[in-house]
Design a protein around this ligand. Structure first.
Ligand code: SF4
Length: 170
């Protein structure tokens, strides 16, 4: 059985959880404020889409512990808006992390990921298996962030699209 984690010590912002599932090195570089995000970066595109495409339904954005920012759509759902569905698994784990975080605060919600460009939405529910996966990720994230040197380059096709490409391969 997986031992209980100290959530208060391990909690991080949602982007770090997202990056962990993309690339541990990206997570480490981001945490060290080594920022290469350009104006064309997908993260920014996501933020812009978030601003423009969804002005109509005006969800309530809630900042919790100065750490995670959650869109509350209604009494049942929270939402994430993503520019691309290429990193669907990382996106899913990010919103699962928010659901996990809320559950720790005694709030039970479900999640929706909107991909406006692809006209797609995914419905997410926190199961005990996903809870374990999130806890395992938080432990691993903590280990990675405590490393003095960045984890190795992972060398995957995504690297060409990553904001750190020149840093890793330059
Ligand atoms: S370029 Fe590749 S190895 Fe470097 S941080 Fe990005 S995903 Fe990771």
């Amino acid at each position: 059985m997986q031992p209980e984690i100290n959530f208060e010590e391990l909690k991080v912002n949602g982007i770090k959880v997202n990056y962990y599932f993309i690339c541990p090195r990206k997570l480490w570089l981001f945490d060290r404020n080594i920022s290469m995000e350009s104006k064309s970066d997908k993260v920014l595109m996501g933020a812009l889409l978030h601003e423009s495409s969804y002005k109509r339904d005006k969800p309530k954005e809630v900042l919790i512990d100065n750490l995670i920012s959650i869109d509350i759509v209604d009494s049942l759902n929270i939402r994430e808006v993503k520019y691309s569905d290429k990193m669907a698994y990382a996106d899913k784990m990010q919103i699962l992390y928010y659901l996990y975080y809320l559950k720790k605060l005694g709030i039970n919600k479900k999640g929706i990921i909107n991909y406006p460009k692809q006209r797609k939405r995914e419905y997410i529910e926190l199961t005990p298996e996903y809870e374990k996966e999130i806890e395992k990720a938080l432990v691993e994230i903590d280990k990675i962030l405590k490393q003095e040197k960045p984890p190795p380059v992972i060398n995957v096709p995504y690297c060409k699209k990553c904001a750190y490409f020149e840093f890793c391969y330059g």
